[in-house]
Design a binder for this molecule. Sequence first.
Ligand SMILES: Nc1ncnc2c1ncn2[C@@H]1O[C@H](COP(=O)(O)OP(=O)(O)OP(=O)(O)O)[C@@H](O)[C@H]1O
Length: 702
Amino acid sequence: MPRLMLASEFLPAYAKLDPPVRARVQSVFGKFAEHTFAGLHLEKLQNARDERVRTIRIDKFWRGIVLAPASGDQYCLINVLPHDEAIAYARSRLFSVNHALGVIEMRDAEKLELIAPALRIQAQAAPERLFAAFPDKDLLRLGIEPDLLPLVRDITSEAALQAVERLLPQAQADVLTALASGLSVEETWAEVSAGYAEQCAAAESVDTEDLGAALSRSPSFAVAVAGEAELAAILDQPFDSWRVFLHPSQRRLAYAASYAGPALVTGAAGTGKTVVALHRAVHLARHRPALPVLLTTFTRALSDNLRASLDRLETGQEVLATVDVQGVDQLAHAVFSEQRASLGEHWAVATDADQAAAWQHALDLTQAPFAPEFLADEWEHVVLAQDLTTAAQYLACSRAGRGEALGPRQREQVWQAIDIAAAQLRAANKWTFLQIAAEAARVQAGKSAPRYQHAVIDEAQDLHPAHWRLLRACVAPGADDLFLVGDPHQRIYRNNASLRALGIEVRGRSRRLTLGYRSTSEILDFAAGILTCRQVADLADGQNSDSLSGYRSLLHGRKPFTRAAAHRAEELDALAAQIKTWLADGVPAASIAVAARTRHLVDEAAEALRVHGLEVSTIEKDAGRQPGVRLCTMHKLKGLEFQCVALVAIESGVVPPTRLGADAADLLRERCLLFVAATRARDALYISYSGDQSSLLPTLVA
Ligand SMILES: Nc1ncnc2c1ncn2[C@@H]1O[C@H](COP(=O)(O)OP(=O)(O)OP(=O)(O)O)[C@@H](O)[C@H]1O
């Protein structure tokens, strides 16, 4: 039976084509899918590294590259390129079956041969080699192919590894990166082989000459396409290759048969955590659970994005109907309002003005020597976080991480003020979002039946303990109950929750993703520099530190650009000029974001850009739905991504704001915020400031 397969390389190439060429590609390969090859001619190449590679005419300018394994009637579409490039590509590629993992591998044999002498010269002059500690037998056991060993031996540094990584087959690059990041041979095997678990199991009986069989064992490399309709469904959304192709490390997490309890996936910005969460939700929903699957995240706007991505990933209505996508506060609101309705109570959300009035009332009555902001923070991050309901509990509680210590007398005063403010809101039946979450958790915990079978939770690092209590109460403890994804380096609110302290134990079921898919290496290196040497508390227990080790990207582009200005007007003129350049380069306005630390600065930038004749849309005000360049605060950038990002007013006194003082936790949060903002950029990052640059910016090496 002839079989059509589509390689992961193919979609990004197809995405770049003009619509008429795409239509032609679809029609040519549609014939493969339907096994009607009449009139199609697969051409063999002279001097090809691999004689199983063919090319096919798409039109006068474009050619497809097809792998045709000797065995069976099987074709794998590898790429589509302009004529000369296609011929050069086809000639240079070599396919093989990894002897240890059983997966198909492709390498750019020509480029590797070209780079080898340079590596050799570098190695001869270098005092050390990166993999000197590992004997050949270990490297071979891990899947490094014998003919690549000499090249591997000549890699002297992580920078050199980064330079060749893109040219190497994925599994071998994964092995070398794992070893370079400090893992032992055994740990590397455990890490990499787990990603290729199905393949390894089958590999025992594998024939390294049988490319066709290896293709079927390599879902990260190529997928089988059942017919013309399926081909069209994949090609219809060529930019979303994450729908079809996952890195082995992502696939194994998303499609693990079962986790014995809560599972945690961490990874720095852009490593595909949300992608993994979406696939996991679909995987769980496909097993027809008795109750729905909850897919949730920090805000409503982010859950709207999740819904849209889920609709792109899954087409089965039954599966989609099984996944309930809601922001965590929406969920809290739903549980809480159901309960209030059953009691016949009318209630309202406490506005900012209601809350300010309550704090003022409390301070008037108690004359406590505290600012309303301090009391509000103490209420949210100590009292509601620990679910404290009595003065005695508050007097005895831990306030770790809250900065200045409070003596017993001060604690009494604080409790009294909080008690009065809360009573005032209660009397008016007004509730803050966190109170709603805390109450919803209590209500749900008191119910005999869970609300969901499974919960998949994105942006886990920013949820408040009250949210966690609610989520815990919504799903009965057991296999596949909670699947969490998050990044402690992106913790930008004060919600420092230790999952263990909340009764959510992920020990043995916690994994980290390291390969960045969004930003270029240049942007990642810059962003990582913002956090260099800073320890962030991990999610599992809030104690150990999480690290960025191994965080990398295979994409390359321009270095981030920082621009100094004498004053704001000059800075914003330069911003407008930069945006016009991006637009002139063909970047759509909606793929450009401008962000600043405060709403006021965002408004100022928006006004300046309008004066320069640019269309702008403020994410906060009109949800970024209007045409034009997107503008928002740095906080609102969380979870989003854009082709080009400009961060303005990244200067002393603004980032971090002077009011923060020297509190280490506050300053770390500011660094995380800048890290989040910088890592929203896919291709270009532009940073400007007026006066002195922010002390949090890393130095750019020219
Ligand atoms: N396997 C994949 N193939 C292609 N693209 C991918 C893959 N995984 C992730 N991506 C792309 O990388 C980008 C980042 O993915 P995603 O938003 O899931 O990362 P994240 O770790 O949740 O990021 P952040 O923490 O910064 O919000 C997205 O554009 C996504 O489509």
